[in-house]
Design a protein around this ligand. Structure first.
Ligand code: GTP
Ligand code: SPV
Ligand code: MN
Length: 598
C-alpha cells in the first residue's frame, strides 16, 4: 500500500481487507486538492472515460457516456440486507447479509485487477457538524471520484475527522465488467456498509447519495430520532426581507431541482421575492431545542436532469453548469459543446448522441421511433456553490428552520394544484398516500401511476410501515411542527395539456403556502384538506385558459373514491404493521367524500 494518510486503524484495516478481495494494482487516497483532481481528469480523458469539452465555452467541463443498459437506477437489483426480513418490509428487496456478502464477494473477487482503487473519504453535511455523517468510498472508477469531489465534501479535512476514530459508512464500489446480469446494489444497515458492483450510473455508484444519505441514513435516523428525506430545501425571501425555509418531496424527475432555484416570474417581480437554494434532492432534519424542525443538505452538488433544462425553465441552473460540470449521456455537438432535448438554442443539425453514434435530428430507429440525442435521464454534476441562488447558509452546521413541508407528485388527474393538511397526522397520511407517474429516472414503465409515499419508496431503508410510525412520532416531539401541503404542477385538461404553467410561476403557490403558514389568508375546507380560494392565488401577469383555475382546484369526488381503492391496496400490503392512525385518516376521508357534494 502507498502512504496511508490516516490514524484511523479501522479504516486502514478495512481498506487492506477490501484491497485483498478486489486485487487492485495500486491504491490512491483522495485528498481533495486541485492538483490531484487535474491529474485524475487528465487520466480519465486519456483512458476515454471522459471527453474534455470546449475550454472557451465550457471551461472545466467534461462528457461521460455510460453503458447503454446502465442509464438509471435499477431498483430491482437494489437490496437491503438485514438479519430479519421483516425489518425491510414489502417496500424493499431483501437478502440475508450472509448470502448477499457471499454472492457479491464472488463478483468483487479480483474485479479491480490492473486498475487503481481510489479511497474517497467524504462527509455528508458540513465537515464537523453534529448533523453530518462520514463515509469512505472505495472505487475503481475515476468518474465516480470526480463526481464525488463535486457532490460531497471530501479529502483531507474528512481524514482529520477520521483520525479521531470517528465512525464511517464503509462503501465499496467496482465497475467490474458493467455486466447488468451481475449488477448488485447492496445495503447492510446493521453493518453500516454499502456494496455496489457492475454499474457506473450515478444513483447506483455515487454511494454518498441515495445509498448512504437516504437508505442507510433513514435507517439510522429512525433510531436516532431524526429524518432523512428525498427533499429539496429552499428559502423564500419575502418582500420585507424575512426568509422562510421550506422543504419539498417530489419523486425522481418531478421538479425538485427546478423549484429549488426558481427565479420569480415577471408578473410577481414587483413584490420583490428572492429564492435561496440549499439543496435539490436530500434533506436531513432534526428537532432543535426551540421545538422547530431544522434541515441541512448533506450534499454539496447537484446531480440534475439535463433534458428540459433551459434558460426559461431554469435560468439559475443554466448559469451553474457553464463551468466545472460533468455531463453524462448528453449529445456532443461539433464545436465540442453539449445539447439535449429541450436545451436552449436551435436543434443542432448533427452531433454524436449519448450512445456515441453519429446523430441527425428526426432520424428513426428500426421501430420507427425518433432517436434522441440525449438519454431522457441524462444528467449533469455541478457544485451548489456555483449556483447564483446558492444560500449563504449552506455551510452553517445547524442548517435552517423549516416552516412548511410540501409533498407533490406528477398527476394528470385527481390531485389539485395545492392543498393543506388539517394537522400533522393528516399530513403524514397525505405524504403516505402520494402517487406519481413513473419517469425516466428509474428503469420501468414510464407514465404508470405508482404509490410513492413521501417520494421515498425507492429510498426508505426499512419497513415503510415503521417509517410512517416514525413520521407520526416526530410530529409529537415538535412544539412548532411545520405545516404540511401537497402540490401538483402536472394536472392536464381534456387534450392532455398542462393546466398550470409551472416552473417560475410555482412561486404563486409558494406565496399562498407561506400566507397560510403565517395565518394571512383563509381557506376552503374540503374532505382532502384546505384548498385556496381562487382569489388568494396571485395571478398578476399570467393568463390561464378560461376555467383552468376551477379545474386546478377541483376535488373530484369520483376520482378520489377510485384513488382510495389503490391506497387501500397499498396500505393492506403492510398488514398489521401499518399504524392505526393512517387507517383512521383513511376511513375519515372515505366518509367525508361520501358526504361531499350531496
Ligand atoms: P431527481 O433529481 O430525479 O430526484 O428529480 P427532480 O425532482 O430534481 O427533478 P427535476 O427538477 O429535474 O424535474 C425534471 C422534470 O420535471 C423535467 O421534465 C421538467 O421539465 C419537469 N418539471 C419541473 N417543474 C415543472 C413544472 O412546474 N411544471 C411542469 N409541467 N413540469 C415541470
Ligand atoms: C433520483 O433518481 O431521484 C435522482 C438521481 O436524484 S439518482 O442519484 O440517480 O438517484
Ligand atoms: Mn432524487
Amino acid at each position: 500500500m502507498e502512504k496511508v494518510p490516516t490514524l484511523n486503524k479501522k479504516l486502514i484495516d478495512w481498506v487492506k481487507l477490501m484491497a485483498k478481495l478486489c486485487a487492485p494494482e495500486r491504491i490512491v487516497w483522495i485528498d481533495g486538492t486541485d492538483e490531484q483532481k487535474l491529474k485524475l481528469e487528465k487520466e480519465a480523458v486519456a483512458q476515454g472515460e471522459l471527453i474534455r469539452l470546449n475550454p472557451e465555452k465550457l471551461p472545466g467541463c467534461f462528457l461521460h457516456r455510460t453503458a447503454h443498459d446502465d442509464v438509471a437506477r435499477t431498483e430491482h437489483l437494489t437490496f437491503i440486507c438485514t438479519k430479519n426480513k421483516q425489518t425491510v418490509g414489502p417496500n424493499n428487496n431483501w437478502m440475508s447479509p450472509a448470502s448477499a456478502y457471499r454472492k457479491a464477494k464472488a463478483i468483487f473477487k479480483g474485479a479491480m485487477r490492473g486498475r487503481t482503487m481510489y479511497v474517497i473519504p467524504f462527509s455528508m453535511g458540513p465537515v464537523g457538524s453534529n448533523f453530518s455523517k462520514i463515509g469512505v468510498e472505495l472505487t475503481d472508477s475515476r468518474y465516480v471520484v470526480l463526481n464525488m469531489l463535486i457532490m460531497t465534501r471530501c479529502g483531507e479535512a474528512v481524514l482529520r475527522q477520521l483520525d479521531k476514530g470517528n465512525e464511517f459508512t464503509k462503501c465499496l464500489h467496482s465497475k467490474a465488467k458493467l455486466d447488468i446480469k451481475k449488477r448488485l446494489i447492496l445495503h447492510f444497515p446493521e453493518d453500516n456498509t454499502i456494496w455496489s458492483v457492475n454499474s457506473g450510473y450515478g444513483g447506483n455508484v455515487l454511494l454518498g447519495k441515495k445509498c448512504l444519505s437516504l437508505r442507510i441514513a433513514s435507517f439510522i435516523a429512525r433510531k436516532e430520532k431524526w429524518m432523512a428525506e428525498h427533499m429539496l430545501i429552499m428559502g423564500v425571501e419575502e418582500p420585507n426581507g424575512h426568509i422562510e425555509y421550506v422543504v419539498a418531496a417530489f419523486p425522481s424527475a418531478c421538479g425538485k431541482t427546478n423549484l429549488a432555484m426558481l427565479v420569480p416570474p415577471e408578473g410577481l417581480k414587483i413584490k420583490g421575492y428572492r429564492i435561496w437554494t440549499l439543496g435539490d434532492d436530500i434533506s436531513w432534519m432534526r428537532v432543535d431545542s426551540d421545538g422547530s424542525l431544522w434541515a441541512i443538505n448533506p450534499e454539496s452538488g447537484f446531480f440534475g436532469v439535463a433534458p428540459g433544462t433551459n434558460s426559461i425553465a431554469n435560468p439559475n441552473m443554466v448559469a451553474t453548469i457553464k463551468k466545472n460540470t460533468i455531463y453524462t449521456n448528453v449529445l456532443l455537438k461539433t464545436d465540442n459543446t453539449v445539447w439535449w432535448e429541450g436545451a436552449d438554442g436551435e436543434v443542432p443539425s448533427q452531433g454524436v448522441d449519448w450512445k456515441g453514434q453519429a446523430w441527425k435530428p428526426n432520424t428513426k430507429d428500426a421501430e420507427g421511433k425518433v432517436i434522441k440525442g440525449a438519454h431522457p435521464n441524462a444528467r449533469f454534476t455541478t457544485a451548489i456553490a456555483n449556483c447564483p441562488s446558492a444560500s449563504f447558509r449552506i455551510e452553517q452546521h445547524h442548517g435552517v428552520p423549516i416552516s412548511a413541508i410540501i409533498f407533490g407528485g406528477r398527476r394528470e388527474h385527481v390531485a389539485p394544484l395545492v392543498y393543506e393538511a388539517f394537522n400533522w397526522q393528516h399530513g403524514v397520511f397525505v405524504g403516505a398516500t402520494m402517487g406519481s407517474e413513473l419517469t425516466a429516472a428509474q428503469v420501468g414503465k414510464i407514465g404508470q401511476v405508482r404509490r410513492d409515499p413521501m417520494a421515498m419508496l425507492p429510498f426508505c431503508g426499512y419497513n415503510m410501515a415503521d417509517y410512517f410510525k416514525h413520521w407520526l412520532s416526530m410530529g409529537k416531539t415538535m412544539a412548532k411542527p411545520p405545516k404540511i401541503f401537497h402540490v401538483n404542477w402536472f394536472r392536464t385538461d381534456e387534450q392532455g395539456k398542462f393546466l398550470w404553467p409551472g416552473f417560475c410561476e410555482n412561486l404563486r403557490v409558494l406565496e399562498w403556502i407561506l400566507d397560510r403558514v403565517n395565518n394571512k389568508v383563509n381557506a376552503l375546507e374540503t374532505p382532502i384538506g384546505y384548498l385556496p380560494y381562487p382569489f388568494d392565488i396571485d395571478l398578476t401577469g399570467i393568463k390561464l385558459v378560461s376555467g383552468a383555475m376551477e379545474k386546478l382546484l377541483k376535488v373530484e369526488k369520483e376520482e378520489w373514491l377510485e384513488e382510495l381503492k389503490g391506497i387501500h391496496k397499498f396500505f393492506s400490503d403492510f398488514k398489521k404493521d401499518l399504524p392505526r392512525e393512517l387507517w383512521d385518516e383513511y376511513f375519515i376521508l372515505v366518509e367525508k367524500l361520501k358526504q361531499y357534494g350531496k
